[in-house]
Ligand binder design. Structure first.
Ligand SMILES: Nc1ncnc2c1ncn2[C@@H]1O[C@H](COP(=O)(O)OP(=O)(O)O)[C@@H](O)[C@H]1O
Ligand SMILES: [Mg+2]
Ligand SMILES: [Zn+2]
Length: 166
């Protein structure tokens, strides 16, 4: 069978690339998610998603800054998807397969979750992310994915609260 894009087979399990990003951006069929700032694309089966923001790359660059800053101090059970900037404005992130955070653990009056409003078990996603929520804004249930082994992944860290949100 004719392989239309053999070069993509080689990069799929390795590093993201601008070439793969362009390929992903070329069809609306590759959109896997949308948020307030970003449209997220993925070629079927790829290790990577590519995020385009609608503010000239500001959110993506902020995300990469947060990634670099907070990744070294993550606690066991909490992870960030691997990320790379593939241009000045486009960020690539490891695709995370899993379920979103339990909505009941999110405090509905604020996107800045510090502790679960249920005051429940200490290992729910909101309580586990409390140490990060003081620095990374908008850690709501849709920005968190939990993999089958229970690891809590923060998939959106594109906002930063100056002065600890005060
Ligand atoms: N690394 C990822 N793995 C799987 N899905 C993702 C990933 N990043 C984003 N998505 C999907 O795309 C949606 C929008 O991405 P997000 O980064 O939250 O954009 P925004 O900053 O606009 O909210 C997410 O809610 C999720 O469904
Ligand atoms: Mg989001
Ligand atoms: Zn909870």
């Amino acid at each position: 069978m004719l392989d239309l894009a053999p070069e993509l087979d080689e990069i799929a399990d390795n590093l993201p690339s601008w070439a793969e990003a362009e390929k992903a951006f070329s069809s609306w069929g590759n959109v896997i998610g949308t948020g307030v700032y970003r449209t997220v694309y993925r070629l079927p089966g790829s290790k990577w998603v590519y995020k385009k923001d609608n503010v000239g790359g500001v959110v993506n660059r902020q995300e990469f800054t947060n990634y670099s800053r907070f990744r070294p101090s993550l606690i066991p059970g909490v992870a960030f998807p691997e990320m790379h900037m593939v241009s000045e404005t486009v960020i690539a992130c490891e695709y995370i397969e899993g379920s979103y955070g339990d909505q009941g653990c999110w405090s509905a009056n604020s996107h800045n979750v510090y502790l679960c409003p249920r005051n429940d078990s200490s290992d729910c996603w909101a309580n586990k992310l409390a140490f990060l929520a003081q620095s990374i804004k908008d850690l709501h249930y849709g920005n968190v994915k939990i993999t089958s082994d229970g690891t809590i992944y923060v998939i959106d860290m594109g906002e930063y609260i100056k002065n600890n949100g005060k």
